[in-house]
Design a protein around this ligand. Structure first.
Ligand code: NI
Length: 250
């Protein structure tokens, strides 16, 4: 039984999403999926999917990339709250795509961290080429949550864990240019790691560049197992328990 803690099944690449989700659950042992919103319409669609399928859960939020065209609307997010919403996400900072609106991104990130705290929900954090600002904001606001698609240093991973947060690991770990991620996996205890796909993006090797889905998480688990010297079954079991602790325990 496999928990995919990060995906985007509302993406337009998934025109077959309903059949696919059923297949993933029935034939591929995907027992839980969190699908993340990036704005209000996609967050609503995530909730609709979660309401339709018992094994699907929703994260709602404003992705930093969206903040070039829209503003963070906290009342609109608050209005969407329901039982199937298990996190505020995907939120954070992205200085790869946008360096011009750093202050707006930070304001949007912080207001959503405050909303998560008010609602007692974990956060799913995006950090692309914004390690310094992301870490200092997380240290100040101390949310519970996960740093998704972790791309920082071993030292940063240690700081994230010291804050009580989890490290999200996806397809990048299977890439030849994974940089310091294998070292991070070595240094981080397995009970602080979450498995994720970011589907339809970031498909692991040997499917890099293709459409990703939750079944390919096996390749990620296998790679983590190789690095840590444990079986992929153990990786899958322990990381699922981690996800339960973060997303389902109040
Ligand atoms: Ni994502």
């Amino acid at each position: 039984m496999i928990f995919d803690t990060h995906s985007h099944y509302t993406d337009e690449q998934f025109s077959d999403r309903e059949e696919l989700l059923i297949k993933l659950n029935k034939q591929k042992n995907i027992s839980e999926i969190i699908t993340c919103g990036t704005d209000i319409p996609s967050s609503k669609e995530c909730i609709a999917l979660a309401n339709k399928f018992p094994f699907v859960y929703a994260a709602i939020g404003f992705h930093p990339e969206e903040l070039t065209r829209i503003d963070t609307d906290i009342p609109a997010l608050r209005q969407l709250m329901c039982d199937k919403v298990v996190a505020i996400g995907e939120i954070g900072l992205d200085y790869y795509w946008n360096k011009e609106n750093k202050e707006k991104q930070k304001d949007g990130f912080i207001s959503q961290l405050n909303l998560a705290k008010e609602l007692n929900l974990p956060v799913i954090v995006h950090d692309r080429e914004a390690h310094g600002d992301t870490l200092s904001i997380l240290k100040e606001y101390k949310p519970k949550g996960v740093l998704h698609c972790f791309s920082g240093s071993v030292e940063m991973a240690q700081e994230i864990i010291n804050l009580g947060m989890y490290i999200g690991v996806g397809g990048v770990i299977t890439f030849k240019n994974a940089k310091n991620l294998p070292e991070v996996i070595k240094a981080v205890p397995i009970d602080k790691i979450l498995l994720e796909t970011d589907a339809p993006y970031l498909a692991p090797e040997p499917f890099r560049g293709k459409r990703n889905d939750s079944s390919l998480i096996l390749y990620i688990a296998e790679k983590i197992g190789d690095i840590k010297g444990i079986s992929k079954e153990e990786v899958i079991k322990i990381t699922r328990e981690n996800a339960y602790r973060l997303f389902f325990e109040k």
